[in-house]
Design a protein around this ligand. Sequence first.
Ligand code: ADP
Ligand code: MG
Ligand code: ZN
Length: 630
Amino acid sequence: MNRLNRLNYSGKERKAKGKLSFLSVITSWVLIQTLLISSPSLADEKNKEENLTYGQLLEKIDQDQVKSIELDQLNYLAKVQLKKQGEKDAPFLVPILADNPELISRARDMNVEFSMDDSTDNAMAARVLVNFLLLFILLFGLVMIIRRSAQVSGQAMSFGKSRARFQMEAKTGVTFDDVAGIEEAKEELQEVVTFLKQPEKFTAIGAKIPKGVLLVGPPGTGKTLLARAIAGEAGVPFFSISGSEFVEMFVGVGASRVRDLFQKAQENAPCLVFIDEIDAVGRQRGVGIGGGNDEREQTLNQLLTEMDGFETNNGIIVIAATNRPDVLDVALLRPGRFDRQVGVDYPDLKGRRHILEVHAKPKKVSTEVSLETIAKRTPGFTGADLANLLNEAAILTARRRKNAITMAEINDAIDRVIAGMEGTPLTDSKGKRLIAYHEVGHAIVGTFTDTHDPVEKVTLIPRGQAKGITWFTPDDEPGLETRGEIISKIACSMGGRAAEEVIFGYDEITIGATQDIQQATRLARLMVTRLGMSELGQLALEDENTSSNPWAGNLPEYSEEIASKIDGQIRTIIMNCYEQAKQIIMENRTLIDRLVDLLIEKETIDGDEFREIVTNYHQKIEKKLAQLSI
Ligand code: ADP
Ligand code: MG
Ligand code: ZN
């Protein structure tokens, strides 16, 4: 699609250039013209007072005052050099007639040097020639422009036809083995494979096979891959097009592309037609800001017509993908169209491990690498993220001149994919100490709120936007999160700012906590408005589409009074969590000081070391307490 778009662009560019050169031709022509016209007139002006009349010239010849005469018959001028003139003086210009027998005979009588000037003749000829040439260039330019624009409009007329905007693969070469972690979806679609392979099995008993399947899921979860695998498993051609390709500047182009696509598909049946990003065409008609979009509506109507048009048994299956099924026109989801929806969700732990297996297979991976551990560290990663992760690790391995990918490269790659590029370490300063306290604050608060995930590592090496990072190992398999867990997450987020305030004082707190505060507020708002986890009760006050921006989503439907209550609840949650975090920091001040010293020295403390220091410290305290109580 990119390639074709680029072609389109360069076409427009060329047109613009054509206009440009046309303009420059005109200007240069005008310029040259004025130059050519103005130069003789300038010469005329200069010689004005020195001119002779024809009669005077004849007189001068008779008086033998004339040295030479040069006739310029094109301009009807005689250039007259008088005897009293110096060699370098400009000649007198005398207007003459077309025929000058008298002048010539008199000059001959008086033995005046006489010549015809053919150089002016040449100049004149050259001038005429240049003008003709320019005129020709101009005309040529005009013709080219007219021809080009004719071509462009011709293209517009045949856009949908001649330009195959869809791709066709006779064999995708992808099988179900290449798709991992989305087993339910694979199972559901197995049926489609069977239908494409042996439609008679179904038609014999009068079963209707769905014509359209809608794959619903976030980007990168393997929807395209899955569709290609279906075609690959069934051994049928794979037609693909992106919904955005349908939507063109010209009304009707999209519809003609749909016709074209289905015509090609008919010719190649049985086959699979894949429409990516179907929400680009399939949005509900005539709604939203600005009303309907004619072009999109026509395209959508055409798509619906085509889908209704082919019989259940002619072997075309249409698979469409989207991550916004909620915006789709209901007509698309009616029986006989995309009546079957298959969810393709983020892979779970097991799924991630399987996906990693698939992508690790063609790579050289050291035997010490545990895919299980990687899968544990990467909740929320999609298949595409995991593929990217292993690729990053492979690149790092090559850069470090190792033979096989080891855990070190993979961990670095994970950090990089999640948090961005590693920056240069900070130099020792008060700023670095503050960041160290901030990070240890997160780690300690996370550790002492017992429902929180364990610390993976604390580091002062900057990455992306962050100057320091505290990583937590996510739950093995996150089940349903509890209120306590969310609260401890909020407290842990506030841990950084709490440490800043407790250790350095209120005036010294920094903007480093911006992200933390944002995250905490988001969680708290979620608790109040959607999760029913506040004093306001079990109410869904907002949903994912609610927004205070009328252009972006639905306006919230509660009253001003409720709105201020929501704000109050959010405030209460955050304040309580912040107090809790400050409490934990104050109670563990000595431990925090020790951890900060170590962190500044080592830049990174990993989880095991961190926990060891924490438990040692607590054992010591307990011992002391025991001694005291004796
Ligand atoms: P989507 O179409 O859902 O946005 P893609 O199918 O384009 O995602 O996935 C992009 C790439 O990510 C694939 O080519 C593949 O390498 C990898 N990938 C994604 N999901 C999976 C999966 N479930 N199993 C294996 N690889 C996957
Ligand atoms: Mg895709
Ligand atoms: Zn922080």
